[in-house]
Design a protein around this ligand. Sequence first.
Ligand code: NI
Length: 254
Amino acid sequence: MMNALFDVLWQDYISLNPQAESIKQILADRGDSAVNDHIALRTINEKHCDIDQLAQPFIEMGYAYSDTEYIFHEKHLRARHLFKEASPLVFISSLQLSDLSAQSAKILGSMVEGHKPDVMSCARPWECSIEDYELLQKESEYGAWFAAFAWRANHFTIDVNALNSFEHIDELCVFLQAQGYQLNESGGIIKGLEEQGLRQASTMAARQVVEFSDGELEIPTCYVEFAQRYEIEGKIFREFIAASADKIFESTDS
Ligand code: NI
């Protein structure tokens, strides 16, 4: 069951971001297999599709919420994460409609009306126009991304600790750049410190032509993240760092 859900999300994700498959391949060529550290899903805080609704299928698989709540004031986001022994973490963020202009809140609110999140069915269930997409983009890149892609997986994450051919995320980033991958440089290529327990990096999202109700537009889709985790008080840190995640969100900015 668990693999079925992650497999569906992965297949959909690589259709939006074929880079993920190619990075997996170049790591395989070095004898490394990519282990997933976490996935991330996005939503808005309407009751029928809030974080709790998205978390539901994972709770049914035995996942539990961590107590930590992440708050991103400038981006009007909140997030939680779920964990399960020997399984990828699940990071779910949510855009706070009450923090947006009445116009943006109305566009997003009416899009999701009558649509329950179904992470197994990846297609966006609502119509979205280029006009609304661009309007949302001015206020919230996150909101625009969500309008275009709904509850599809925003990223998968390569667990750097599980790689044998790289000891540190720094070397991996140098290697990826030499291979021509563009990394997100907002806040520096590597976000976070060893003493915080987590250092992360990500590619800039791939771009793809997406169909809207009034035409086609090439827009940022999904990105690949890389995470190296460290021990804190004798245990591998399995949470997130809000200041780092704040910059990682910008990997889907246009
Ligand atoms: Ni992430």
